[in-house]
Design a protein around this ligand. Structure first.
Ligand code: HEC
Length: 108
């Protein structure tokens, strides 16, 4: 009986879909959540001339500058339209980088 139970437990271990999701999350979600909370207000509508999410024509010339340059200008801001750190003052550089990558993945 005990052996059976251990086999069953062993089968599920590390291999369930819950576990896979837990491993995907840190990559995918923080960027998306940060986008929804801080960047969405301008980048969904194109307010103040912001390149819109998914608008490939608007992003293409920016993507050419390279991801690092885009992360840098997100941290510094681009006066007057784009506020420093996209208004997410509590975001770390890493979180902002993940958010930029999330936006680029949707837009190219
Ligand atoms: C108050 C409005 C506003 C908010 C909020 C905002 N942006 Fe922007 N963003 C802009 C505008 C406007 C531009 C275009 C600036 C320009 O090129 O003159 C821009 C440009 C950018 C660019 C392109 C930079 C480049 O070098 O071409 C990136 C990347 C970006 N934003 C990321 C973000 C991220 C990430 C967030 C959230 C953390 C965010 N933005 C929040 C208005 C905003």
């Amino acid at each position: 009986m005990l052996v059976c139970w251990m086999l069953l437990a062993g089968c599920g271990d590390g291999n369930t879909s819950d576990d896979r999701q837990a491993r995907v999350k840190p990559e995918k979600l923080p960027g998306q959540l940060t986008y929804q909370r801080f960047c969405f207000s301008c980048h969904a509508s194109g307010a103040a001339g912001a390149p819109r999410m998914g608008d490939m024509a608007a992003w293409a010339p920016r993507i050419e500058k390279g991801e690092d340059a885009l992360i840098e200008s997100t941290i510094q801001g681009i006066p007057p339209g784009m506020p420093p750190r996209g208004m997410c003052m509590q975001c770390s550089d890493e979180e902002l980088a993940a958010t930029v990558r999330f936006m680029l993945n949707v837009s190219r």
